[in-house]
Design a protein around this ligand. Structure first.
Ligand code: F6R
Length: 364
């Protein structure tokens, strides 16, 4: 059922507006996130939450890294995000009032499931799952569930599952923020950004043709460096993961501030550097990191909104629609998905079934 699309991945990229709208359906009313979507006793649970432990793998882990910024910024609640395979073998210490949160598309990932089972023996407040498969093991084992409604994801490289996870996690961060005294204006703005997201996704995906042209510059590359700051650091990580998974080009993501602590040594004219830089409070810092790249002859590709593009000295600038703190990580992810897709198609790899990978990793 790929329809007119050449690959499931491309179809799923284009389904994101609908998938996000479905994930928001019935969860916001009157400009507010409905707290009962987190269970009948959600109000008390959120009030009691003093910390959050997020556990996931791969792309779902990247969604959890974005959520960490949101939870701390909007709710003022300490949050850590960790890879399930590390968490389960490190004797984690749980403070009173900690909520355990797993993120999984399939709900069957062995490490995430094992971490959840371990967590159930520890004094967590509750185990909340953000998951895409209702009848999955992770859903069954969790005390609370917030489903993403991405629909079946066939392409091995996760796309719509990731963006719907971000939306579900934003709902959580805003609901927690509300209980923890987030100011009204910022709360209302966050909710509004979510409501406007489906439309903004449609608009952003119109960049497809431009990004397809850009992709030609990557086909003969062996490496790529992705940079971001704040919530866009995990977005950069997700961009790098997509590129390596389906095009087999070695890609790494760095928090831009780390550049001169090592990776800058790699930058030369053969190293494309991809910066994801929406207009936020870190933009000036990021711009100075980009100058360092330019000065070393690196080819710079910047995905920015128009307010930032002005005065940016990059070889290739892709202008994204302006988006706020909640919408921007979702919007910035889309061109990176398209870039990996087109690079992979040009390189002739098996886009939907990359070598050595399985859709659901049910073994350790
Ligand atoms: C990457 C990808 C994987 C999964 C990871 C976790 O595109 O799909 O990294 O994100 O295997 O899978 P789930 O979310 O099913 O637990």
């Amino acid at each position: 059922q790929r329809g007119d699309y050449a690959h499931y991945m491309l179809k799923e990229i284009h389904e994101q507006s609908q998938a996000v709208a479905d994930t928001l359906e019935g969860r916001i009313a009157g400009g507010k996130v409905l707290t009962q979507i987190f269970g009948v006793e959600a109000e008390q649970l959120l009030a009691a939450t003093q910390a959050v432990h997020i556990i996931a793998c791969g792309t779902s882990y990247h969604a959890g890294l974005v959520a960490r910024y949101w939870i701390e910024q909007l709710a003022g609640v300490p949050c850590t995000t960790e890879i399930a395979s590390e968490y389960r073998y490190r004797d984690p210490v749980v403070r009173e009032g900690t909520l355990f949160l797993t993120i999984s598309q399939s709900g069957e990932t062995a490490d995430t499931l094992a971490a959840l089972k371990l967590a159930k023996q520890m004094p967590y407040l509750a185990q909340l799952a953000v998951c895409n498969v209702p009848e999955s093991s992770i859903v069954r084992e969790s005390s609370l569930v917030l489903m993403t409604r991405a629909g079946p994801e066939i392409g091995v490289a996760s796309t719509k599952a990731f963006t719907t996870q971000l939306v579900a996690l934003a709902l959580f961060a805003l609901a927690l923020g509300r209980v923890k005294g987030l100011d009204d204006a910022r709360y209302a703005d966050g909710v509004r950004q979510l409501e406007q997201l489906p439309g903004l996704i449609v608009e952003t995906l119109k960049l497809d043709a431009e990004i397809k042209t850009l992709a030609e510059r990557f086909t003969d590359k062996h490496h790529a460096l992705f940079l971001g700051r704040g919530t866009h650091w995990p977005v950069a990580m997700e961009g790098a993961l997509k590129l390596k998974e389906i095009s087999y080009i070695h890609a790494e993501a760095y928090a831009a501030g780390e550049l001169k602590h090592g990776p800058l040594a790699l930058v030369d004219e053969d190293m494309p550097v991809i910066a994801v830089a929406p207009n936020d409070r870190l933009i000036d810092k990021l711009k100075s990191n980009l100058e360092e790249v330019r000065a070393r002859g690196g080819q710079l590709y910047a995905f920015v909104d128009e307010t930032v593009a002005h005065g940016l000295d990059a070889a290739h600038v892709v202008i994204l629609p302006a988006a706020g703190e909640i919408a921007a990580p979702v919007i910035s992810t889309l061109p990176l998905q398209l870039l990996s897709y087109h690079v992979a198609v040009l390189r002739g790899t098996d886009v939907d079934q990359p070598r050595n990978l399985a859709k659901s990793v049910t073994v350790e």
